[in-house]
Design a protein around this ligand. Structure first.
Ligand SMILES: [Zn+2]
Length: 403
C-alpha cells in the first residue's frame, strides 16, 4: 500500500467514526427526517404537483419521481444525504490538486433541521482526529436547488458554448424573465423570502425544469454546492480553527488571523477545489464552475435583502438598510460584504487563469440575471410584509424598478 493510500484509508476510517458520532450527538428530533416509504412520498408529491398550475402539462412520470425520492431516502440515518456525500467524494479527488497534496482531514456532511444558521458551517471539536463536520441547514440545498432551476430556465442552453454578444444576452434574458413572471422569478423570490421568514415550505422541485434543461440545472446545482462544501473544507485545511495543517505552508498561504480574512481565503481555496474537481472529474470549464460560487452569493444576497425588506415593510427602505449593512461589513472583524467576497474571488481567479473568456462571459450573464432577481425578491418581501405569508403578489406585477 502506498503512503497516499494508507493516508486516505486513515481519513476514511476517521470519517466513519465521525458519522457514528454524529448519529449519537444529534438526536432524531434535531435531524431532517423523511417519514413513510418512497411510494408514499411519490403519491404525496404527485398530489401536490397536480394541484400546482406551474406544473401544468409538465408532470414527471411516477417512475422518474420514485427514482429521485429513493435516492433522497437512501441515507440510512436521518440527516444523511447520499447526494451531498457523493459531491464530497468528488471534491476529495479535486482537493488533492487544489491543495498540492493529500488533504489533512475527511469532511463528513450532516443536514440539521434546527440550526442557528441557514447556510453551512465547519465544526472541528468532535473528538475525532482527521475528520470534521460540515453542517448544513437541511433547507439550504433545497434553496440552492430553486436558485439553480431559476437560472437554468432563463439562460439558453446553447450559451454554454455559443457566447453571444452582451446586447444579445441582455435582450434574451430580459425577454425570458418577462415571459415567465409567475414562475422563474417569483419562485426564486418566494424561496428567498420564505427562508428569511424561517418558514418551512421551501421545497426542492417546486419549479419544473424542462427535460432538455435538466442536465444543465443539475450541473448548476452541483457547482453551487461544490463551492459551498469546498469553502468549508478550506476552513479546515487552512487551519482557521485547529492546529497548523500542511496545506497552509505547501500553498504558501498566510495563516489568516481575522474572520474577514479567513472567509476570503476560504472562498479562494474553496473555488479552487470546486474548479479542479469539475475540470478533472467532468471536463467542466472554469466559467461554469464559477457560476456555482455566484449562485451562492446571489442566494445569500437575496436572503439578507429579504430580511431588511420584511423588517421595514418597504422595498426602498429595505434596500437602503441592506446596502448600509453591506458597506459596513468586514470593518469590525466580522464577515466581509458579499460584493467584497465576489470581487476578491473574481480578481484572484482572473489572476490564476488570465485570459479565460468564460469567466468574464458568465460573470456578465450572471449580473443581468442578478439585477432582476434582487428587484423581484425585494418586491415579494415587501408584499409579504404587508399581507403575511399567505399572500401572493399580484400576477405579472414587478413593483418599482430597483435594478
Ligand atoms: Zn466561511
Amino acid at each position: 500500500m502506498s503512503d497516499d493510500e494508507a493516508h486516505r484509508r486513515r481519513l476514511d476510517d476517521a470519517a466513519a467514526v465521525l458519522r457514528a458520532w454524529v448519529a449519537q450527538q444529534y438526536d432524531e428530533d434535531r435531524l431532517a427526517t423523511t417519514p413513510g416509504t418512497a411510494e408514499d412520498r411519490v403519491a404525496e408529491v404527485m398530489h401536490r404537483l397536480r394541484a400546482d398550475p406551474a406544473w401544468d402539462g409538465q408532470l414527471p412520470t411516477e417512475e422518474v419521481l420514485l427514482e429521485r425520492i429513493r435516492l433522497d431516502m437512501a441515507g440510512e440515518q436521518p440527516g444523511r444525504s447520499p447526494y451531498l456525500e457523493g459531491l464530497v467524494g468528488e471534491l476529495r479527488e479535486g482537493a488533492v490538486r487544489a491543495l498540492g497534496g493529500q488533504p489533512a482531514g475527511a469532511p463528513v456532511v450532516a443536514l440539521l433541521a434546527r440550526t442557528p444558521f441557514f447556510f453551512a458551517r465547519t465544526q472541528e471539536d468532535t473528538g475525532v482526529d482527521d475528520a470534521y463536520l460540515v453542517l448544513l441547514h437541511h433547507r439550504f440545498p433545497l434553496y440552492l436547488d430553486l436558485v439553480a432551476r431559476s437560472i437554468a430556465a432563463v439562460v439558453p442552453i446553447g450559451w454554454f458554448v455559443e457566447r453571444p454578444s452582451a446586447h444579445e444576452m441582455t435582450w434574451v434574458i430580459e425577454n425570458r424573465m418577462h415571459s415567465e413572471p409567475d414562475r422563474t422569478v417569483r419562485t426564486f423570490a418566494e424561496a428567498a423570502v420564505s427562508l428569511a421568514e424561517m418558514r418551512t415550505d421551501v421545497t426542492g422541485g417546486s419549479y419544473p425544469v424542462a427535460p432538455e434543461r435538466y442536465a444543465h440545472f443539475t450541473l448548476l446545482l452541483d457547482a453551487a454546492l461544490m463551492f459551498v462544501l469546498g469553502h468549508e473544507m478550506a476552513h479546515y485545511e487552512m487551519s482557521h480553527d485547529g492546529p497548523p495543517r500542511p496545506a497552509v505552508e505547501r500553498l504558501g498561504f498566510a495563516r489568516a488571523p481575522t474572520r474577514a480574512w479567513q472567509e476570503l481565503q476560504a472562498d479562494e481555496l474553496g473555488a479552487s477545489i470546486a474548479a479542479w474537481t469539475l475540470r478533472t472529474g467532468r471536463g467542466i470549464p472554469l466559467g461554469v464552475s464559477m457560476l456555482g460560487a455566484w449562485q451562492f452569493f446571489l442566494a445569500w444576497e437575496a436572503f439578507d435583502l429579504s430580511v431588511h425588506v420584511l423588517a421595514t415593510g418597504d422595498a426602498e427602505a429595505g434596500f437602503g438598510r441592506f446596502f448600509l449593512e453591506q458597506e459596513n461589513a468586514g470593518t469590525d472583524g466580522a464577515y466581509p460584504s458579499i460584493s467584497m467576497r465576489r470581487s476578491t474571488l473574481e480578481a484572484t481567479v482572473a489572476r490564476a487563469a488570465p485570459g479565460d473568456a468564460g469567466l468574464e462571459y458568465f460573470s456578465r450573464t450572471f449580473d443581468l440575471i442578478r439585477q432582476r432577481f434582487l428587484r423581484d425578491t425585494a418586491f415579494h418581501a415587501e408584499h409579504m410584509a404587508a399581507v403575511g405569508p399567505a399572500g401572493r403578489p399580484p400576477t405579472g406585477g414587478h413593483g418599482p424598478g430597483f435594478a
